[in-house]
Design a protein around this ligand. Structure first.
Ligand code: NAP
Length: 482
């Protein structure tokens, strides 16, 4: 179990108190450097009013804070604030004020020694953390993760600290930035003392998540050593709605499990993280559905026929097996939108895109008897996919401009439209007779969907597919469909 520590970011103490009362964290960090100058002077009175223990911090701009004054002024301000009943004071590794250390000791305020690096995880991490622990202080390290290898260093260091110091000093260790996000969510699994978070919409440091998300979506405060880890890999992946599908499902089965996004730069490096955390299963999204295949020991027939894998299961972080639930997820909403007596058989279908998702879509449509033409920006990819499934292909720009008959079904499988403004086929004119199925689920309506609606088409977005494939995936994660 870890503690959820809310970083208070308001300029006025009363507003910060209000945030505490509304959010009810386990403890909170009061940042003197973020308070207005008149409020800084009153900080000593804050802890007695607070319902939770408070960490006192005055972060220098070098360490990501807003303190611009000189060190002497900062020391004076901290000494004044320490008159209050703070549970902890955060002092940087090189803050060597004997006055501050003595005052903290007198007041019964524990010292957290901290080290920040906004560029990388330091090479000699262990030695630097050990040095900070010499006086028995709690230790905090916050380092920018540049990729999965850096995230692994954070997890390895947390585990080795716990082995070496089973009785303390306690460690707070986190990876900053998108690649470090899993370290914030999994602090409890790693035995770390606390994890920092912000009020909704007020990110206080790179990669902070809101207290509500940490507590309600990820149940970060309830996770422990034996919690099972599931997730989704991709790049980008932080927009993924999948945690909203899987976490409530785990909760409803009372499983001690969490599902979180893992932004990935390098698949091989991610598999090392997965082995280390003994990840039980993960979803795969753009652009890794084909790349993960070389790490699998076994593939389902759907992965073999489509060449794309969207679900990986592992036994204690090894023996990875690949599945594809996109086929089932794609067909379910489509068959629901068909009119009575209408079937997919012989439907004249345009598939836009030739990536991982298109493989599942094209395979499912060909198997359902549709007459499929694959259109793609890179024509050679369209050709390779079409040859694999024995269907037709054409360059993307010819869709709607080649004078061919219009289609009964248009399926949009590219990532073009995710940013809300782009349209992969602006020249294509809907006749109004087509079904448009755009598998992008965020935003819920793409510009292409908007045009199809306006033309009178039946339109399906990607959310129903996401839910249907997620349900099939969850059955695999929960061991119901192996
Ligand atoms: P992928 O393997 O990376 O393939 C991306 C495809 O998009 C390629 O065909 C690529 O063309 C094309 N593309 C990218 N940018 C483009 C642009 N600006 N103009 C035209 N074409 C462009 O990705 P994926 O795994 O297939 O996923 C694609 C999309 O499907 C994503 O938005 C993903 O979220 C969505 N998806 C949704 C669900 C769901 O459940 N609803 C499931 C799976 C995927 P090139 O070959 O020329 O690069």
């Amino acid at each position: 179990m870890t503690r959820l520590c809310l970083t208070l970011t308001k300029k006025r103490l009363a507003e910060n108190l209000q945030d505490l009362q509304t959010n009810k964290p386990d403890l909170a960090e009061l940042r003197l450097d973020l308070l207005s100058p008149d409020e800084q002077k009153k900080a000593a009175a804050f802890p007695v009013q607070s319902p939770v223990p408070i960490i006192l911090t005055c972060r220098l701009s070098r360490d990501g804070g807003a303190w611009k004054g000189c060190r002497t002024e900062r020391e004076a301000l901290l000494l004044e604030a320490l008159e209050g009943n703070f549970a902890y004071v955060d002092l940087e590794k090189d803050e060597d004020s004997a006055l501050l250390a003595a005052k903290a000791a007198r007041q019964g305020t524990k010292i957290i020694r901290s080290l920040h690096n906004f560029n990388a995880v330091p090479a000699n991490l262990e030695a630097r953390l050990e040095e900070m622990a010499l006086a028995g202080n709690m230790v905090k390290g916050a380092f920018m993760c540049r990729g999965c290898s850096d995230l692994l260093k954070i997890f390895e260091q947390a585990a080795s600290w716990k082995k070496k110091h089973p009785l303390g000093p306690e460690l707070i260790l986190l990876g900053m930035g998108p690649f470090g996000l899993p370290s914030r969510i999994l602090a409890g699994k790693m035995g770390l003392y606390l994890t920092f978070c912000s009020c909704e919409g007020e990110e206080a440091a790179p990669g902070h998540i809101s207290l509500g998300t940490l507590r309600n979506l990820y149940r970060a405060g309830e996770l422990g050593k034996n919690s099972q880890v599931f997730g989704i890999i991709g790049n980008p992946v932080l927009h993924s709605r999948s945690p909203e599908i899987h976490n409530p499902a785990f909760r409803s089965l009372q499983m001690d499990a969490v599902y979180l996004p893992f932004p990935v730069d390098d698949v091989k490096a991610f598999f090392k993280v997965a082995e280390f955390l003994k990840i039980r299963g993960f979803s795969v999204t753009v652009p890794f559905k084909e790349k993960v295949r070389s790490f699998l020991v076994k593939e389902s027939p759907e992965v073999q026929s489509t060449g794309a894998c969207n679900t990986v299961l592992g036994k204690a972080g090894a023996s990875w097996q690949g599945f594809n639930t996109d086929i089932q997820g794609f067909l379910e909403p489509l068959t629901r939108i068909l009119k009575a007596g209408e079937t997919l058989k012989d439907m004249k279908t345009a598939v836009i895109g030739a990536g991982g998702a298109s493989r599942a879509v094209t395979g499912a449509l060909v198997q359902s008897g549709c007459s499929v033409t694959v259109f793609n920006r890179s024509p050679q990819r369209a050709q390779a996919l079409a040859e694999h499934f024995s269907c037709s292909w054409a360059p993307l720009e010819t869709l709607g401009t080649s004078g061919k008959k219009s289609f009964d079904l248009v399926v949009q499988t590219t990532s073009c439209g995710m940013k809300g403004k782009e349209d992969p086929v602006p020249a294509y004119q809907f006749s109004g007779r087509e079904i448009l199925y755009d598998i992008i689920y965020s935003p819920p309506e793409t510009p292409l969907m908007h045009r199809a609606f306006a033309a009178g088409c039946r339109v399906l977005g990607g959310l129903p597919m996401l839910k249907a494939q997620g349900q099939a995936q969850f059955q695999l994660f929960a061991g119901k469909n192996k």
